[in-house]
Design a protein around this ligand. Structure first.
Ligand code: G2I
Length: 459
């Protein structure tokens, strides 16, 4: 088959697959006529985003398009490890903060990218291994997610941890060599630091059902079954000249595990197929009710890391390309995310029982419980404080740590002491609790904290 015919065949398969899937959809299609990507996506309960190099925010030709067409942004580089912690323990948030302010001023949500990745690590981390690296990595997740707490819609907690090819296995890296549980440790630390952000795993070459996407699928299924906090999977979708016929089916199988899916770094090789592929990707997302949004990896062709591929939706002069029109039409033609159910009170009792039902009669004062995420040489403790029958105006939780264990950082509480008998006092926003009300704080440590029990005192 010559090249051109091969391309045509690939597109035919893709389009046929998408049509078949569309016909089996039960969601009702609600055609609309938004005239920008952001308005059309928003009408369907989704976002349309772009990766931004913050240096470009002062170029008006760039921000004109960004602000008109996109309602979500992600930092192309500024929230990565090398940018945010150039020296160990010294954090730099200038670029990330600038992007967040721009987003807030222009009605955009922010995707955070990326807390841990084997690339773009600062030099000091590249030279680390074992529990020193594990502790540094978890501290990085905690600090960065805490800094941006409340401002991030979804974090890529871990980026590109699976190998290419047929193994379906993890990629070798310094992080992977700290132990296979590094990914779940990162997700737990991110949840503790920013409970409001959706936590995603993000990767590329996952654009259909293949060995790599199946490896990730198995990890997500395992995480969901063991209660590791994962909310979403990002499909980068750096695409060539054809699209896998099972692109949508692949998104759907992840959604069926109970996570959101997002297209996180879309760009497509230029050529006759580009516009078709952009349209097909957008339709696939629209047809999966848990596909919450699409991000292109840049705004104009000349902003792209792919250089001469001309891989984006706007040309270098800011003109809309054919691919833009296909995306806009697909957004307008697609179904909306089903809105959240009943406004009436549910008839069934709430399915989520309190995770720690107090066995004793509610104490006057407060009670505390701890859950530990431990690895060799370190741990993250998440502590739940529950107010007794008279509520609290402040609380204080004590632990006696085993010898060798030491607190290295704390969030949502103030620590006194780091070894032996340590105490954690409320901070100003979480001390006042009504009767039975619950709040959480956390701390990270080195050594082992296994078997510790908290005692809570209220004031
Ligand atoms: O490689 C494309 C993307 C694949 N998925 C993860 C993304 O984070 C990744 O983004 C790219 C950025 O678009 C590039 O801009 O990640 C590259 C790094 O792996 C970024 O390139 C770096 C250059 O390597 C540095 O030399 C340069 O200083 O961009 C930096 C800032 O311009």
């Amino acid at each position: 088959m010559n090249h051109r015919r091969a391309l045509r065949a690939a597109v035919t398969i893709a389009v046929t697959g998408a049509l078949a899937a569309a016909m089996t959809m039960t969601l009702t299609s609600t055609a609309s006529a938004g005239t920008t990507l952001r308005a059309s996506a928003a009408e369907k309960g989704r976002y349309f985003g772009a990766a931004v190099a913050t240096g470009k925010l002062s170029t008006s030709a760039y921000t004109t398009i960004l602000n008109r067409e996109f309602n979500s942004v992600v930092a192309e580089n500024e929230m990565k490890w090398d940018a945010t912690e150039p020296q160990q323990g010294r954090f730099s948030y200038t670029g990330g903060d600038r992007l967040v302010s721009h987003a807030q001023a222009n009605g955009m949500s922010v995707r955070g990218h990326a807390l841990l990745w084997y690339q773009q690590q600062p030099g000091w981390a590249q030279n680390m291994s074992g529990s020193a690296l594990r502790n540094a990595a978890i501290n990085h997740v905690t600090q960065v997610a805490t800094h941006f707490r409340g401002k991030i819609y979804a974090w890529d907690v871990v980026n590109e941890a699976f190998a290419d090819g047929n193994s379906g296995a993890r990629r070798d890296s310094n992080l992977q060599r700290t132990g296979n549980d590094w990914i779940e440790a990162a997700f737990r630390a991110a949840r503790a630091a920013d409970p409001g952000a959706k936590l995603c795993y993000n990767d590329y070459n996952t654009d259909g059902i293949n060995a790599k996407s199946t490896g990730i699928y198995n990890m997500v299924r395992d995480f969901k079954s063991r209660g590791v906090p994962i909310d979403c999977v990002g499909f980068q979708s750096h695409l060539g000249t054809s699209l896998a016929g099972d692109y949508q089916a692949n998104l759907q199988r992840f959604a069926d595990l109970g996570v959101d899916v997002q297209i996180t770094e879309l760009d497509v090789m230029t050529g006759g197929n580009q516009a078709n592929i952009y349209g097909a990707v957008t339709r696939a997302c629209m047809n999966v009710s848990r596909c919450t949004g699409i991000t292109t990896w840049g705004v104009r062709d000349c902003d792209s890391w792919r250089g001469s591929d001309n891989a984006l939706l706007f040309d270098c002069n800011g003109n809309k390309k054919a691919a833009y029109t296909n995306v806009l039409n697909a957004l307008n033609a697609g179904p909306a995310i089903p809105t959240d159910p009943p406004t009436d009170p549910p008839t069934d009792p709430p399915t989520d029982p309190p995770t720690d039902p107090p066995t004793d009669p509610p104490a006057v004062g407060c009670s505390a419980s701890v859950s530990l995420n431990s690895w060799t040489g370190g741990f993250v403790a998440t502590v739940k404080v529950t107010a007794g029958s008279t509520g609290t105006s402040g609380w204080n939780v004590g632990f006696t740590l085993p010898s060798g264990a030491s607190v290295t950082n704390t969030w949502s509480a103030t620590a006194s002491g780091s070894t032996g008998a340590v105490r954690f006092a409320n901070v100003n926003y979480n001390g006042r609790l009504g009767a039975g009300q619950v709040t959480e704080f956390g701390f990270q440590g080195t050594g082992s904290a296994s078997g510790v029990t908290p005692t809570c005192t209220a004031s």
